[in-house]
Design a protein around this ligand. Structure first.
Ligand SMILES: [Zn+2]
Length: 438
């Protein structure tokens, strides 16, 4: 099974592209599978929701309440993997001798021991920029920071992928977005540079996922995170729908960035196709997003020096539903009376919630649920012959005292981390002026 986790993927952007035949791999999964809206909850902060996807539990139980929390020295520190107070699906699968690969998932730094491979999405203390308010980036793999790859014996191999992707960044970006026709205004430059950083992270995780899926046998479950659709949705909605805004971009700006969101969705679909091509043909694919995305800041002047929240023209604070698509041997074709290319928004109905993903995956593998999980099995998505009702009895909880005792945030930061981060900053690896707030 593959769980392709696409941050901020919005049906309202995807449906017109599906109608134009520009998301062929997603359309293929929809045509032979099940799809609809996936409900989510507030706060729609990525660390919170993606941890709920991985645990089947709300934030009160999993403990990842936001990006950062107050630190004992009066400052703030980022939540990290050790703050999660319950097992994630990769822990549970490991308990049951199933193999799992976790690539770029939120709150997986520092990595933990699993029955498989974990490549972290590394969030760092430098992501809290006090000068501009909280200035949080989605994380990425970073050269030179320990604790990002399990098993450690594969660290060099994964960092080699990162270096190769970085060397190819200009070509990759141009292949996705084309060449920018006009010089960039200061605001546009800021938005664009943030997008390049996000593409770098996604392209790295995609290449690592393809590599791992191509190994024999591939993991029983591979989780792959893609953050770019959320990032471009925040930054470039005003260029896609200029008529909604009191201060729209000018014609040159629209020529540069009017298609940036759509281009990234097309790239995301290509990435899905590459994951499918790398996987055995009977692989079940799930594509889910943590929330949708909407236009915001209709009256803003979009001052290039304003904090990130004020230069964003898309957001998701009211928790718009995300996407759910699944296809595979056990998944029921939705048998919609319309071809995918003719779907409109009102054809899509809620399938369930972000809390239901982990329980559903566990049920497919005949692994007991925890009675303490908030989500449940999306039984309507399965064919009758999948016999999903025949399940082992739920445990009270998968969380053992040994597991909980190991979740001590005090022993998380590597002693050299602060120094390494200073080095990275001095190399220009980590800048000041980034801004992914949500
Ligand atoms: Zn977002």
């Amino acid at each position: 099974m593959v769980l392709f986790a696409v941050d901020g993927f919005e049906w309202d952007v995807a449906l017109p592209l599906l109608a134009e035949g520009k998301l062929p791999h997603l359309a293929g999964l929809m045509q032979r599978g099940y799809y609809g809206e996936l409900e989510t909850f507030q706060p729609t902060a990525s660390p919170v929701i993606w941890t709920s996807v991985a645990t089947g539990k709300g934030l009160e139980k999993h403990g990842i309440r936001n990006f950062a929390k107050p630190a004992s020295d009066g400052g703030e520190r980022l939540f990290n993997n050790r703050d999660r107070q319950t097992k994630a699906i990769w822990n549970i699968l490991s308990d049951y001798d199933r193999t799992v690969a976790t690539i770029g998932w939120w709150m997986t730094y520092p990595v933990e021991e699993i029955n498989g491979v974990m490549v972290a999405q590394t969030n760092t203390v430098d992501q809290i920029d006090m000068k501009a308010g909280k200035n949080i980036w989605k994380g990425m793999l970073r050269d030179g920071v320990p604790g990002q790859v399990f098993p450690v014996g594969r660290e060099e191999e994964m960092l080699a992928v990162l270096r190769r992707v970085e060397a190819e960044m200009d070509e990759r970006s141009e292949a996705i977005f084309g060449e920018l026709e006009h010089p960039l205004a200061p605001l546009d430059r800021r938005l664009w540079e943030n997008t390049q950083w996000s593409l770098r992270a996604d392209a790295t995780y995609l290449e690592i996922a393809r590599k791992l899926l191509g190994e024999q046998p591939p993991a029983d479950l591979t989780l792959v995170y893609f953050g770019g659709p959320d990032v471009v949705g925040h930054r470039f909605w005003r260029y896609m729908q200029p008529d909604l805004y009191r201060f729209p971009p000018n014609a040159e700006q629209i020529a540069n960035f009017g298609n940036t969101i759509r281009d990234y969705y097309i790239y995301t679909d290509q990435a899905l196709g590459e994951l499918m091509a790398a996987s055995p043909p009977e692989t079940t694919f799930f594509v889910v997003s943590d929330h949708g995305m909407r236009p915001v800041n209709f009256k803003s002047r979009f001052n290039p020096n304003a904090p990130p929240a004020n230069i964003n023209s898309g957001d998701h604070r009211d928790a718009p539903p995300g996407i759910f698509v699944a296809a595979g041997p056990q998944i029921l074709p939705l048998a919609a009376d319309k071809p995918v290319a003719e779907l409109v928004r009102r054809d899509l109905t809620p399938v369930g919630s972000v809390l239901d993903i982990a329980p559903t995956l566990l049920a497919m593998m005949r692994i007991p649920l925890g009675a303490d999980m908030d989500g449940g099995v999306l039984s309507q998505i399965f064919r009758a012959e999948a016999d999903i009702s025949q399940q082992p009895r739920a445990l009270a909880s998968h969380d053992t005292p040994e597991f909980l005792a190991d979740r001590d945030p005090a022993n998380v930061l590597h002693p050299q981390e602060a120094e390494r981060l200073r080095q990275l900053r001095s190399l220009g690896y980590i800048g000041d002026d980034a801004g992914e707030q949500e």
